[in-house]
Design a protein around this ligand. Structure first.
Ligand SMILES: Cc1cc2nc3c(=O)[nH]c(=O)nc-3n(C[C@H](O)[C@H](O)[C@H](O)COP(=O)(O)OP(=O)(O)OC[C@H]3O[C@@H](n4cnc5c(N)ncnc54)[C@H](O)[C@@H]3O)c2cc1C
Length: 501
């Protein structure tokens, strides 16, 4: 990717920023601009594979303190520069995608644990620390936060707040909104806001809640206080097989209804069970169950959940599938190979719905994807559950629908498959990707579901946001207007870019 030479005005802006922060904290080299100009949005990734260049930010600035974040935002406001906060770039919706000429505020140097309070069971941390290092440090001190996104080692603790993240053990520990105690943040005009470290409060609407999921559009989060837990005394679990996904969902619903809160209660449909567990799935749908906490609670929970599962037709498959999942749970598939060599168009989309709608939603989404030309996979698992409903995490994959070539290749067992691998395929990749998203979003809304359970909006969900939020979107727009009148923070994410791009 080549970034054009800066104009004299742009070079002046970068020089002024370097005077403000130090030259080593204002980066304009091609490699940094290219790597910090985007997040993990798979449409962007697949476009890059097909030769499309990404956005061209003005520069990447790396503050080391809250005071420096204030300086950068004040500077940006007075020079009419858009600012895109950047945690670790693992967002999958295009939320941390730079605009041409914008300033990328990379928080990776603000990466220290500030304090651990053993009596109150809290930890205070700067936003740029990576999740894996954070959890490991807590473990070495005898604690865990209980937040385990698959992107643990790729995401920052501040990005978790900004995206309303949810981890693999959320059924027991809750999602990030249940873990956040207090925060510090800097508004677009440089004002510092701070919320206090108390177990609960009844003093008006919560500023924590306003900033949770704000995706860098309302403030830059500069410090966070999270709840922590002593390491669990015991962990135990099992795996079960259901003949069909609907029966498995019923078991999950009944476990939640009975008031149990296993750390992991994860149900894969037939296609995903085959893909993840092969023969261990026994041709059915795999449910993983894991409890942790005080030994007596773990034993009681395992026994009670097993009874509910067996009453719904689930049959034990032993610890094998669960152990396999625990070993591989932070691994990421080779996306480069899928896109570049195999030429597959793919993404994952997580939505949620109440129990009375969830199975209908699942069937409608899979059916809607099934008629996309070249569809090779449309599958889901239920990953985070509640008394009211569950999250369905869909995966789609589309191959080039050249039936004759595929048929001949398969017949001759050449293994040759002409996927979307050439630059001229770029438009078709985008068209098919958007078609899949369109179908999943429409079927979700038609079934009364929410368009995102934990990945957020970014740019990919913008077309459906108005319908998702209805009249409450107006309230959010008013909040945006009053906190960031000039639209400095992350334009085009969550709120329409007034200037357009
Ligand atoms: C393989 C893979 C697996 C994933 N698994 C999960 C999962 O299990 N659960 C889950 O919830 N998500 C998951 N994600 C998505 C992603 O990891 C989360 O959204 C994560 O919270 C993003 O954190 P980040 O630091 O990388 O943020 P970025 O990608 O850097 O930014 C995301 C958004 O937050 C804003 N932002 C970042 N930091 C700040 C800050 N300090 N202040 C203000 N705004 C900020 C950005 O402007 C952007 O809009 C996964 C992603 C990948 C690639």
């Amino acid at each position: 990717m080549s970034i054009p030479t800066q104009t004299a005005d742009q070079a002046d802006l970068c020089r002024s920023l370097a005077e403000l922060l130090g030259a080593d904290r204002v980066l304009t080299d091609e490699a940094t601009l290219a790597s910090r100009g985007h997040d993990f949005w798979l449409l962007d990734f697949q476009k890059r594979v097909h030769g499309t260049t990404g956005p061209k930010p003005l520069c990447v600035v790396q503050p080391r303190s809250q005071e420096e974040v204030v300086k950068v935002l004040t500077f940006a406001g007075s020079h009419n520069l858009a600012v895109v906060p950047y945690g670790a770039g693992s967002g999958v919706c295009g939320g941390a995608r730079a605009r041409d000429g914008s300033l990328v505020l990379d928080l990776s140097l603000m990466n220290k644990i500030v304090a651990v309070n053993d009596t109150a069971l809290t930890v205070t941390v700067q936003p740029g620390m990576l999740g894996g290092e954070f959890e490991q440090t807590l473990n070495s001190l005898g604690y865990s936060m209980g937040h385990f996104p698959q992107s643990m080692n790729l995401s920052s603790v501040g990005g978790w707040v900004a995206t309303r993240a949810s981890g693999q053990f959320s059924t027991k520990y809750g999602s990030i909104e249940n873990m956040l105690v207090a925060l510090k943040a800097v508004l677009a005009d440089g004002t510092v806001v701070e919320t206090r470290d108390v177990p609960r409060r009844s003093v008006g609407p919560s500023v924590n809640e306003i900033l949770l999921g704000s995706e860098g559009t309302l403030a830059v989060v500069t410090e966070i206080t999270y709840k922590i837990h002593p390491l669990p005394e015991k962990q135990d679990g099992n795996s079960y097989r259901f003949a069909d996904f609907g029966a498995g969902l019923e078991a999950v619903r009944k476990i939640m209804r009975a008031g149990w809160k296993p750390a992991l209660l994860r149900l894969y449909d037939g296609s995903e069970s085959r893909r993840h567990f092969g023969g261990m799935a026994g041709g059915g749908c795999i449910l993983l169950l894991l409890s942790e906490g005080p030994a007596a609670l773990v034993e009681a929970e395992q026994k009670a959940c097993a009874e509910i599962i067996e009453a719904e037709g689930g049959v034990s498959r032993g610890a094998g599938p669960l152990e396999h999942w625990l070993k591989t749970r932070f691994q990421i598939p080779d996306l480069e190979d899928l896109a570049r060599n195999k030429g597959v168009v793919f993404d994952t989309i997580e939505v949620a719905a109440n129990w009375d709608r969830v199975y209908g939603l699942y069937k409608d989404v899979v059916a809607a994807l099934a008629s996309v030309p070249g569809i090779a996979n449309a599958s889901a698992h239920s990953s985070h559950s509640y008394e009211q409903g569950t999250c369905l995490y869909f995966t789609f994959a589309v191959k080039k629908p050249r039936w004759l070539v595929r048929l001949i290749a398969r017949t001759l067992t050449l293994g040759a498959y002409d996927g979307f691998t050439k630059p001229e395929d770029a438009d078709e990749v985008v068209r098919l990707y958007n078609q899949c998203w369109q179908r999943v979003m429409e079927a979700t809304l038609a079934n009364g579901g929410t368009i995102s359970h934990h990945h957020g909006v970014g740019q990919v969900r913008m077309p459906w946001l108005e319908r998702e939020l209805g009249s409450s979107y107006q309230v959010l727009k008013l909040v945006k207007r009053s906190l960031d009148r000039d639209g400095v923070l992350n334009p085009g994410t969550l709120f329409p870019d007034e200037e357009g791009e």
